[in-house]
Design a protein around this ligand. Structure first.
Ligand SMILES: NC(=O)c1ccc[n+]([C@@H]2O[C@H](COP(=O)([O-])OP(=O)(O)OC[C@H]3O[C@@H](n4cnc5c(N)ncnc54)[C@H](O)[C@@H]3O)[C@@H](O)[C@H]2O)c1
Length: 336
């Protein structure tokens, strides 16, 4: 079953959907990509084409035959055995509704793989007409770079379906980790502390994001937590936190951050919206960390710099540091 002849339908053409479509195309599949927003489909096609051109130029050249985009599921070819991978909003209702439509259209031989970061695979399955064919297929961001895929079985998941998705992930060049359904699965549960504690440090005005990011990078992490939240999308990251928090009966360990909620309310989702903890416009400059590299005798910017006290101006403290360069993004950074 896990061969390049398996038809793939990716639902949602955002950050994750376009990455999933790209690796399926690179592995030789024909892909239907669905999104109600034509602009997202256009942007996805151009992103995928640009990225494939670098390493799979023959696939990029044949993209019109291999990648088909549609604004609704019922426009896609209804081939039996289609593997549907959804990467729509982190909402139980939206995911269940998308799977309901997929079953109506593709029939009972389709597989329903959800890329949810934190919602219960068991609960999504329970709201779907074919619960035994629902499985978690959790990719990490950026999909073409990150090696891990978590394959998550809900209590109704047919083990043969989980096997198929495991094999498919491996055929797509990924390392597949199998786990049972649990809030946040493996990585996103452990990672809550990586976001939550720095957000608490920020709330306590211990240091600004640039300094916290630099401190963690200096200690071996490929990316700092604020750079990573901006890459993931603060809207997505906040939704995952809220979902894990509620699944753990509002355990304070997982409590969402008011600072992040404010950014989301303002539309500051991160890289994808052009502004998050940091600005991303082409001419934007990001705050400098209060960290000095060895041998660099320039002035240390302590907590907003020698020239500005965090209490002397209004607004969030992290806007106070002196701007220098934009945060860098390594394509080999661990992100989720
Ligand atoms: N961003 C990450 O780092 C990351 C990592 C792992 C998993 N995820 C999960 O992947 C999913 C998608 O996240 P994303 O970051 O790609 O989000 P995104 O906001 O970039 O993209 C979501 C896309 O879904 C589309 N959409 C919304 N409703 C739809 C519908 N009914 N049918 C089809 N398309 C619809 C939107 O138009 C949008 O293009 C979420 O469940 C998220 O938790 C995200």
């Amino acid at each position: 079953m896990s061969t390049a002849s398996t038809p793939i339908c990716v639902i949602g053409a955002g950050t994750m959907g376009r990455g999933i479509a790209q690796i399926a195309l690179a592995a030789g599949h024909t892909v239907s990509l669905i999104d109600p927003q034509p602009a997202q489909l256009l942007a996805a096609r151009s992103d995928v084409a640009a990225r494939l051109t670098k390493r799979h130029s023959e696939i990029a050249a044949a993209l019109d035959d291999r990648l088909h985009t549609f604004t609704s599921i019922d426009q896609a070819p209804a081939r039996p055995g289609t593997v549907v991978v959804e990467a729509v909003l982190e909402s139980l209702e939206v995911k269940a509704s998308v799977f309901g439509e997929a079953v109506k259209h593709f029939g009972d031989t389709c597989i329903l793989a959800t890329n949810t970061s934190s919602l219960s695979v068991t609960e999504i399955a329970a709201r779907t007409p074919l619960p035994h064919r629902v499985v978690g297929m959790h990719f990490f961001n950026p999909v073409p770079v990150m090696k891990l895929v978590e394959v998550i079985s809900g209590i109704q998941t047919d083990p043969a379906i989980a096997d198929t998705i495991h094999d498919l992930a491996v055929a797509w060049g990924k390392r597949a980790a199998r786990a049972k359904n649990a809030p946040g699965f493996i990585v996103n549960r452990v990672a809550r502390g990586f976001y939550g504690e720095p957000l608490r440090l920020l709330q306590e005005q211990t240091a600004d994001p640039a300094t916290l990011d630099a401190a963690l990078r200096g200690n071996g992490f490929r990316m700092g937590p604020f750079e990573l939240m901006d890459l993931i999308g603060n809207d997505v990251n906040a939704a995952v936190t809220r979902s894990v928090w509620s699944s753990f009966n509002f355990d304070p360990r997982f409590e969402p951050s008011r600072i992040q909620d404010e950014l989301v309310a303002a539309g500051r989702f991160g890289r994808k919206s052009g502004h998050g903890f940091y600005p991303y416009a082409d001419d934007a400059e990001a705050p400098a960390p209060a960290v000095v590299e060895p041998g660099n005798c320039r002035e240390t910017h302590r907590w907003g710099g020698a020239h500005s006290s965090p209490r002397s101006r209004s607004g969030p403290a992290w806007t106070l540091s002196r701007p220098t360069t934009r945060p860098s993004f390594s394509t080999t950074s661990p992100c989720w």
